[in-house]
Design a protein around this ligand. Structure first.
Ligand code: DLL
Length: 436
């Protein structure tokens, strides 16, 4: 049930004092070792000696992605290169990549975090873990891999892609835990069915640990049904660690944050003031144990909230809600704020369409135009114009009643929307001056 019970079920009081101690140590550590933080602390008028406990965290300055970009490649490292044993980095499509280093202790802690969640998902040393997250600079593949090895599982390092082989080996090796993005899990399940497998009967997968992109409850239900496995949402980001910062236990009621390694805060993205537990805002993380790339109050741009109360599983780590979206992915449609995951929640209620969708943004004169493209399931009579029109009307009506805004809907033929092997591209931005 637990991987490190003495930590995972620690009394809150002890956990908070552990966090306070670690925060104090971290404040001195970054001040001494990273010029960026020395300057930021001085600028905010705070000295490491001012940090006496957990409650002093709000005195510390925030860190944003641009700070990491400006420090490219290694200026934010707190240890000499001789102590760095691995590097991961973001893709850097919209600027300098953000580069993160790991010492061997950092890797061990990361593996432990992931291993905890493998156990929370029902895994053990007997598990056969199929890793279909990409390996490489992206943290998904290696993060899941080292977590599986730490627990003593049999790890199949397939990486993403090569879907036929994924299906074949899932069957032949009797994988029981699948790790990949939700959109890829759905693609694997659908492709397996097309190849004549009944995943619920022919595969042994009992749990899927899926993350790296938002996944609505409707999408989760669809994957669970098509794969015949329980879906556990896992959260992480390369700047902070990678997958395993937070994950759902068997209760599926929010994601436990590994609070011995991270402090989570939720702040109002406009005022940057902390919001009350239960209120939505931007997640901010402080790394408590990282040696190579520690971060103070990193603004993630991910929208979530703290779930109040204790979890039935017995873990005492606080839970965050499933990520609703990123502040930079939020669409403003005719003045109404909409996250793609809210659109997904509506369309996954329709059995005549698949959970594959894309939101196309174009400009028409000074106005932005938003079109939602969805595709029908394979056996829908696509040439029956009246049924198609009726379906389109119904989807539009549901969107309007759930999101309070009219969205243009276009229904396309099965298999038109590109399938993803990693993070799905839900928004295609064709507006002038932007890249698709
Ligand atoms: O996506 C790390 C990861 C790999 C997490 C595998 C989970 C599983 P990045 O590529 O740096 O790292 O992207 C981080 O992805 O800020 C969120 O916007 C999004 N994200 C990650 N996990 C989730 C999730 C990895 N469970 C960014 N739900 C984050 C929603 C997620 N969004």
């Amino acid at each position: 049930m637990y991987y490190q019970p003495e930590i995972e079920t620690m009394a809150r009081k002890d956990l908070c004092s552990l966090q306070g101690e670690r925060l104090k140590r971290l404040a001195s550590y970054v001040y001494e070792r990273i010029p960026f933080y020395r300057k930021a602390f001085d600028g905010a008028g705070v000295s490491p000696d001012d940090i006496k406990g957990l409650e002093d965290i709000t005195r510390l300055p925030f860190t944003v992605k641009q700070d990491l970009r400006d420090a490219y490649p290694f200026e934010m490292f707190a240890v000499p290169n001789a102590e760095v044993v691995r590097i991961h980095a973001s893709s850097g499509t919209t600027g300098n990549a953000t580069v993160v280093g790991y010492t061997s202790q950092d890797l061990e802690n990361w593996a432990d975090c992931f291993a905890r969640f493998l156990v929370a998902a029902g895994g053990s040393a007997d598990s056969i873990v199929q890793v279909a997250y990409g390996y490489g600079l992206f943290t998904g593949g290696l993060g899941a891999h080292q977590g599986g090895e730490a627990l003593g599982c049999t790890v199949i390092p397939l990486s993403s892609g090569n879907t036929r082989r994924q299906i074949q080996l899932m069957h032949d090796f009797a994988s029981d835990i699948l790790c990949c993005t939700p959109s890829y899990a759905l693609h694997i399940a659908e492709s397996a069915r097309e190849e004549g497998f009944d995943p619920a009967k022919d595969f042994k997968v009992s749990a899927a640990i899926l993350g790296a992109e938002p996944c609505s409850e409707g999408m989760r239900r669809e994957i669970e049904e098509k794969l015949g496995a329980r879906v556990h949402d896992i959260y992480g980001l390369s700047e902070v660690m990678g997958p395993g910062v937070a994950c759902e236990c068997g209760c599926q009621q929010g994601l436990h944050v590994c609070e011995d390694h991270f402090i989570v805060e939720v702040v109002d993205p406009e005022t940057l003031n902390p919001v009350a537990d239960g209120q939505w805002g931007e997640a901010v993380f402080t790394t408590l144990t990282k040696q190579a790339s520690p971060l103070i109050r990193y603004r993630t741009r991910d929208i979530t909230r703290i779930i109040e109360g204790a979890c039935a599983c017995g873990r005492t780590f606080r839970r965050i809600d499933r990520i609703a979206g990123r502040t930079d992915d939020m669409l403003i449609i005719r003045g109404v704020n909409v996250f793609p995951s809210q659109i997904e929640e509506v369309i996954t209620q329709f059995t005549d369409i698949t959970a594959q969708y894309q939101i196309i943004l174009t400009s028409k004169g000074p106005l932005d135009r938003v079109e939602l493209q969805v595709e029908t399931v394979a056996d829908f009579p696509f040439d029956e114009v009246r049924r198609l029109e009726a379906l389109k009307k119904e989807i539009s009506r549901e969107l309007k009643s759930n999101l309070q805004v009219a969205i243009d809907v276009k229904i396309v033929e099965p298999k038109t929307i590109a399938r993803s092997e990693g993070k799905a591209k839900r928004i295609v931005d064709l507006r002038e001056g932007r890249q698709g």
